[in-house]
Design a protein around this ligand. Structure first.
Ligand SMILES: NC(=O)c1ccc[n+]([C@@H]2O[C@H](COP(=O)([O-])OP(=O)(O)OC[C@H]3O[C@@H](n4cnc5c(N)ncnc54)[C@H](O)[C@@H]3O)[C@@H](O)[C@H]2O)c1
Length: 464
């Protein structure tokens, strides 16, 4: 596959910024390095190695590197685990905690965390720590590629800092758009590759590295590339909050919002993605990126009204789910509640910033006895000690007064509802992700509730 069309999105860019990717770059095996071996970095490192490059992957966490080198599944994505193992075995991918082997690399890809501080301002300390390490390399890499999500101006700041070196590397802002659970597929088949660069030759080298994706390449300046990433995630977050706000109205008006959104989303101007009612968005990216953009607005003296509203609507989802359950059960004190799902979405083990975990905490604070099950999530940070974990979905349901579906794992949608009915002490399923068919739940002799689903004949009351 060749390069997709190249678009320059600057209205009147300086001539030096326009670069057609160099087709001779494709097919050449380069010495590359990736710093930070989490979801983005490990995917980047393994995929670059599979494209035939020699890749040095570096992470500051020795346990993480050891786990990967020993071939233990990283638990991020089964396809990715397999690829990492085969690239390590083939010798194209090597891993360690030392940045030294990145000296003289054609490009170093930086994929370290950029978590939000209390004000939303991203903490860039990991990026600056990497910059300090890059300054020590002799010779320095020729290109530094920022894959982390960083505020507008960060790439320029890094270029100024590295510009003091005798042989300054070109700095490129190249945001990543992959989704957890489908990381490898998304990396190999992106919808677009955004390259924010001041150096046309460096941009051409990077474009040629991505040539086998066949994706359209967007050449622009660094700050624009950085804002593209925040614009994308903030927009997705707004869609989720829109669906949830509409869900509240629909249920009050006696309508099922699921059908409304499906019909609206069939319009290609709207689309169906990120348009389902539920517990709200979570995970390590959407909340922090929305907060970072809100912080950036305020820094410019602007009030991000839509973005603030999207955040507020999202914050209320867990609370309103707990209230719904409280009303249905006549209080939560001493009630047994089964929770299916802890990951922030189906298809990943990641429970960071998960609304499902926030729900467990809120239920425990309201006095409920919670037993949760998730097919992939490991130990959860901030887990309330009063809550229990079950080994499978049916053991979690055993003896519960109500069952809440908190993560959209496909296997929950295929659950044996007759069996669930026989195990539950009560008769309510609160399908907070709208995974099940209400009719199927009712046919199994259970009561169904969910966001945007109207309670039949007025407020829902479960058997107590
Ligand atoms: N996870 C996603 O779906 C996703 C998608 C697109 C963009 N991003 C962005 O990519 C960046 C990385 O995210 P992630 O989810 O891969 O993070 P992660 O937390 O999964 O992994 C980051 C890794 O970087 C390592 N690290 C931290 N400081 C380091 C340092 N100074 N030197 C070397 N290694 C260091 C950590 O040990 C960890 O293994 C973030 O800015 C994130 O917003 C994430």
């Amino acid at each position: 596959m060749g390069l997709g069309p190249v678009t320059d999105i600057n209205e009147s860019p300086p001539a030096t910024r326009l670069a057609a990717p160099d087709p001779r770059g494709g097919g050449v095996s380069l010495d590359l390095a990736v710093v930070g071996l989490g979801y983005v970095g490990l995917t980047t490192a393994a995929a670059l190695a599979a494209w035939g490059h020699r890749v040095w992957g570096m992470d500051r966490d020795p346990r993480r590197v050891r786990t990967l080198v020993e071939g233990t599944a990283a638990g991020l994505d089964p396809d990715l685990d397999l690829l990492v193992r085969s690239e390590l075995a083939g010798g194209r991918l090597r891993l360690g905690t030392d940045l030294g082997p990145a000296a003289g690399a054609a490009a170093v890809f930086v994929a370290v965390p950029t978590p939000a501080g209390p004000s939303g301002r991203p903490d860039l300390s990991a990026l600056w720590a990497v910059a300090g390490g890059l300054e020590q390399l002799e010779p320095p890499p020729r290109i530094v590629v920022i894959r982390s999500t960083v505020p507008v101006g960060t790439g320029d700041d890094l270029a100024r800092r590295l510009g003091r070196l005798a042989l300054p590397p070109a700095v490129i802002s190249n945001p990543e758009f992959l989704r957890e659970g489908t990381a490898l597929r998304d990396f190999r088949h992106p919808h677009r590759v955004v390259i924010g660069a001041a150096d046309p030759e460096a941009a051409a080298v990077l474009a040629s590295i991505y040539r086998s994706t066949g994706a359209p390449v967007i050449l622009t300046d660094r700050p624009t590339a950085e804002l593209v990433k925040y614009a994308s995630n903030a927009y997705l977050a707004m869609r989720v909050s829109f669906a949830n706000e509409l869900a509240d109205y629909a249920a009050r008006a006696g309508l099922d919002v699921a059908g409304v959104l499906r019909a609206a989303g069939m319009d290609p101007r709207i689309g169906l993605h990120y348009l389902g009612p539920g517990l709200g968005f979570g995970g390590p990216c959407l909340p922090k990126d929305l907060d970072a953009l809100r912080w950036a607005f305020r820094r410019q003296g602007l009030r991000p009204r839509l973005l603030d509203a999207a955040r507020q609507v999202n914050r209320e989802r867990v609370r309103s789910t707990v209230s719904q359950l409280q009303d249905a059960l006549g209080g939560l004190g001493g009630r047994a509640v089964a929770v299916w799902g802890l990951a922030f979405k189906g298809g990943t083990a990641d429970a960071r910033q998960s609304p499902a975990v926030a729900l467990v905490r809120a239920l425990v604070s309201s006095g409920a006895r919670v037993t949760a099950y998730d097919p992939a999530a490991g130990p959860v940070r901030g887990w309330p000690r009063q809550a229990c974990r079950a080994a499978d979905l049916y053991s979690a349901a055993k003896g519960a007064h109500a069952l809440v579906i908190a993560t959209d794992w496909p296997e929950f949608g295929r659950a044996d509802l007759e069996r669930v009915r026989s195990l539950l002490e009560g008769d309510l399923i609160l399908d907070a992700r709208r995974l099940l068919s209400p009719a199927a739940v009712q046919a199994a002799g259970l009561k169904y509730a969910g966001p945007g689903y109207p309670p039949p004949g007025g407020p829902l009351t479960a058997a107590r």
